[in-house]
Design a protein. Structure first.
Length: 155
């Protein structure tokens, strides 16, 4: 009897998971049957505001507030340094790359960007006008502190 109950519970659990996965999959596929190809969604447009974005946590790499389409960043060239290098910021008015990008792994400062910080897209990402796929419930630490202060004063 116990074995039969366990099997029934297992079957019910698998059916529930399968139904949930099917609902999720159908939603992600726009309810297109598996044998058919859905029309692709339009590509999100890059945000080109050139306005600095607020950081959400300490040590977060700054976001890229402009399109980087066509930027060459490889071992031979780094288009980002055209504006963000120490020698270029006077003319470009772009923020200079952080001094930490000149430190090697032994914390020694180099005259040029360290190879481990040369590929900007490892950490810095451009933004698009895409609708978020999931709800973001992140709360900035400053809002948490303000909330705690306001609730202490209310008592």
């Amino acid at each position: 009897m116990r074995t039969l109950a366990r099997i029934m519970i297992g079957v019910f659990a698998l059916m529930s998971v399968a139904a949930f996965a099917q609902d999720q999959f159908a939603t992600m596929r726009s309810k297109t049957p598996l044998a058919e190809n859905a029309a692709p969604r339009p590509m999100a447009k890059p945000v080109n505001s050139d306005l600095r974005q607020a950081r959400n946590y300490p040590e977060q790499p700054p976001l890229i507030p402009h399109s980087i389409e066509g930027y060459q960043v490889d071992k031979n060239s780094n288009k980002c340094l055209t504006c963000h290098a120490r020698a270029a910021v006077q003319d470009s008015q772009a923020p200079m790359i952080s001094i930490t990008h000149f430190m090697n792994r032994d914390n020694q400062f180099l005259a040029s960007v360290t190879p481990r910080r040369y590929f900007c897209n490892q950490c810095h990402v451009p933004q698009t006008d895409a609708r978020p796929l999931v709800e973001n419930t992140f709360v900035d630490v400053d809002r948490v502190i303000d909330y705690v202060k306001s609730t202490k004063g209310a008592k």
